[in-house]
Design a protein around this ligand. Sequence first.
Ligand code: CS2
Length: 494
Amino acid sequence: MVRLSLRTLPLVAPAARPPVDPGEVGVGIVHLGIGAFHRAHQAAFTQDAMAATGDLGWGICGVTQRSTDVLDQLGPQDGLYSVLVRTARGADVQVSAAVRELLFARADPDALTARLADPRVRVVTLTVTEKGYRHDPATRRLRTDDPEVVADLGGRAPRTVVGQLVRGLQARHRADAGPVTLLSCDNLPSNGEVLAGLVREFCAALPAGEGGPLLDWVRDSVAFPSSMVDRIVPATTDDDRRDAARLLGIDDEGVVATEPFRQWVVEDSFAAGRPVWERAGAVLTADVTPYEAMKLRLLNGSHSTLAYLGGLAGHPYVADAVADPGLREVVERLMRDEVTPTLQVPDGFDLAGYQADLVQRFSNPALRHRTAQVAMDGSQKLPQRQVAVARDLLAVGVDPRLACLGIAAWMRYATAGTAEDGSPLVLDDPLADRIAQVTASASTPQAVVDAFLSLGEVFGDDLPHDERFRGLLVDGLSALTSGGVGAAVRAALG
Ligand code: CS2
């Protein structure tokens, strides 16, 4: 069958063609981490902003770090791919022309550095996942003992994200290519501030003659706004490729499937211009902090809770997990009773409506979102999702029972080996080896909890000494171990 590309685009059903002419779009953004999420989120907002304003200078150079999959999908398609929006009622598809260039950082580090130093590039966006920052989630500092960071600091062609950015900024400074904005779009609180701190730490760790002048230039010429991103984008499946082909009339190996909802709240602090994303529905604001906390703690915190409890109970998909009445009540009460008191809600914001919408979004039967996908990288996600909620509640004397049940479910998921239906549970986490090592000889729930609490990057240096916190985790893990998810949920709901 014919495959999507610039040459075959005229064969695509007219309503599904991009709203901008790909030939007219010039590169103005470099994006690090061009996975499914970016393609369905920032790239979609950017294409719509270009279409609404006619300013076509914001095409994207999409950078993939390690995996060649994206290159195999999008390379032969000239960067074109479609976004398949799924609801219970059906699916809609549209081709995106936002990505105009692709780069494989591992194979061509100099090309990446050159692009970052290109004066036409004025915004660099990132979706590199939590672990891509190579920082300690509890302290938010760069892990300068990480061998990859050490090697990048030593001057090899950079492989870490922060190393790539700093080498690019160095080249930009030397070329006098002008100010630039680095915009983190990962699910981390104060992601702009975190990125700024990591870039500065990396610069400061360079030999003095290199790092000093660069630090001054970064301070004056580089902006690091924070942003809150939201759209559920599961990994693409064969069904998605089949449905896209049916709707487009030709094959698309790069299709991404998603939900109708999308939200982007961006701190409006840019060094050298930006697309008019508000024309595509983004919210540009002075302070994203309240939105970030709401999204990370309500959406992502509930998601992780459903992923671990649901995965343990044998639910392959998030929609199945939230259809389980006990699990649904856990996340509804987690949001209402435990997360809500920790939030600063923007004026006029309908928090109850937001929570009800989340349950609906999780329930979307057409989105096949695997609990195993959300369960990945728990050590990097839990600190800002459930651990932060627990810490805030404990500080005011309230028991974070459901947040702790979610954390205990992570501990169980990470050590059980199999779900209740006997299906395998795989621990996919950068700390997997450490977790296996610290829990190796732990044979009781108390010992397992203590082993996990020794992971300072997850629990900080305060919570491991908090007896109430420890007690709630032991309660949750004991119930999960002896009675399974159903019993643990009943006990926690009281
Ligand atoms: C999910 C997120 O995989 C995960 O950890 O919680 O990717 C989630 O789907 C997005 O943040 C939704 O905006």
